[in-house]
Design a protein around this ligand. Structure first.
Ligand SMILES: CC(C)(COP(=O)(O)OP(=O)(O)OC[C@H]1O[C@@H](n2cnc3c(N)ncnc32)[C@H](O)[C@@H]1OP(=O)(O)O)[C@@H](O)C(=O)NCCC(=O)NCCS
Length: 169
């Protein structure tokens, strides 16, 4: 099964060990790490990549590497994955984009493709997304994708805002 998604500007392919170099640069960038729980060490990076490989194997979906279709440049990562919110199983959509490409609509473009894939390929709706209350860029992406604010909650001791895709039809 081909797990690659194409958008007008991006190729979204399962994140794996081949992407470790640019993925490491992305998640260790202080501007990205600031809203993603801090700068991960090498072991944590390996654990995150292994977790994603396991997720793809088990669920048929997980984080993707976002590659510029023209240049092949790694511009971010994101996708859908299984998580829990207050002990309840949820499917979350999320994103991180290399700072030099912020503000170009890439998170919104890729996020929309992942939400379409969730619905059309995996029959998943009611997708959630959450972030720190002060992460206004991520909240704006959630809104542009049609997710609606649901409530505040606390995760691992940190305040979060929870957004959810409305269930229609
Ligand atoms: C959140 C993130 C992925 C957005 O990526 P992006 O490709 O720049 O997003 P888009 O260009 O699709 O949309 C960003 C929107 O946020 C808006 N925005 C950016 N900074 C903002 C701010 N400080 N206040 C309000 N809005 C802001 C932009 O104007 C844009 O909205 P618009 O199209 O209405 O003008 C990127 O900032 C990032 O990687 N942040 C670090 C990692 C992170 O926080 N990930 C999410 C964790 S939950």
């Amino acid at each position: 099964m081909d797990r690659t998604l194409l958008t007008p500007r991006l190729r979204l392919e399962p994140l794996g060990p081949d992407h470790r170099g640019p993925y490491r640069a992305l998640v260790r960038d202080p501007r990205v790490a600031a809203t993603l729980g801090g700068i991960p060490d090498e072991a944590r990076i390996d654990a995150m990549l292994a977790q994603q490989a396991a997720d793809w194997e088990r669920n048929g979906f997980g984080w993707s590497a976002w590659l510029d279709r023209e240049t092949g440049e790694f511009v971010g990562r994101g996708g859908i994955w299984r998580t829990e919110v207050d002990g309840r199983p949820e499917v979350e959509v999320g994103w991180a984009v290399a700072p030099q490409r912020w503000g170009q609509g890439l998170a919104t473009e890729a996020g929309a493709a992942h939400l379409r894939d969730a619905r059309d390929t995996h029959a998943l709706t009611g997708i959630v997304s959450f972030t720190r209350p002060d992460n206004l860029a991520s909240r704006r992406v959630m809104e542009k994708l049609g997710l609606e604010y649901e409530r505040d909650f606390v995760r691992k001791g940190f305040p979060q805002v929870l957004y959810r895709q409305p269930v229609t039809g």
